[in-house]
Each structure stands twice: as C-alpha cells, then as structure tokens.
Design a protein around this ligand. Structure first.
Ligand code: HEC
Length: 94
C-alpha cells in the first residue's frame, strides 16, 4: 500500500513538473519575442514550433539552438543562450 502511494505521489509530481516546464517554455518563448514570428501550430513568418519539433525529432536541444543561431531571421534576437536552450527543450516536447 505504501509503495503504491509513493508511486502515485511520484507520478503526480512528475506530471506537475512537466506542466510547469511546458508553461515556462511557452512563457519564455513569449518573453523572448519568438511569438512575433512563430506560433505553436500555425505558420507565421517562421515555421510553427510543432513543425520545428517534427523536423528536429531525435535531435537535441543543442541542435535546435545551433539552427536558431545559424538562421538569419534570428540575428536580432536578444534571447540569452540559457533562454534559447530552455525554449529549444520546450520545442522538442511539442
Ligand atoms: C524576426 C522573426 C523571427 C523571430 C523573432 C524568431 N524567429 Fe525563428 N524563424 C524565423 C524564420 C523566418 C524562420 C524560417 C527560416 C529560417 O530558418 O531561416 C525561423 C525558423 C526557426 C526555427 C527552425 C529552424 C530550422 O532550421 O528549421 C526554429 C527552431 C526557430 N525559428 C526558433 C525560434 C525561437 C526559439 C525564437 C525566439 C528566441 C525565434 N525563432 C524567433 C523568424 C523568426
């Protein structure tokens, strides 16, 4: 019985952490100005983040950061490396 409650508590905590991360990622993308040119699941000036997630399936957040930095439209982005990494992690979860 005790084991079951530990499992339940752990599952709930993990789920809550996942939700917190998703909200953080979305908020950070908003804060970093990404949503001016991107939307979650519709093409704007740039591809939707869901399309980006599909393109980078199996790749790492470092790959996404590198692609963002390598592409011209992002040259004026003032997002810090830490923020880019966090947003990239979030994109990969979409
Ligand atoms: C000024 C508009 C603009 C802003 C702001 C912007 N993007 Fe983009 N983004 C684009 C365009 C246009 C493309 C597609 C062309 C390209 O990749 O060069 C793109 C492509 C991407 C891609 C796909 C790259 C690839 O290789 O397929 C990712 C991931 C991405 N952006 C993430 C971000 C993140 C995260 C932010 C916020 C820190 C951001 N973008 C801010 C315009 C923008």
């Amino acid at each position: 019985m005790k084991l079951i409650s530990i499992a339940v508590v752990t599952a709930v905590a993990l789920a809550a952490a996942g939700i917190a991360q998703a909200q953080d990622g979305a908020a950070l993308a908003q804060k970093s100005g990404c949503m001016t040119c991107h939307a979650l699941d519709a093409k704007k000036m740039g591809p939707s983040f869901k399309d980006a997630a599909a393109k980078f399936k199996g790749k790492t957040d470092a790959d996404v950061v590198a692609a963002i930095k390598a592409s011209k439209p992002h040259a004026s982005s003032k997002a810090s490396d830490d923020d880019l990494k966090a947003v990239s992690k979030w994109i990969l979860t979409l």
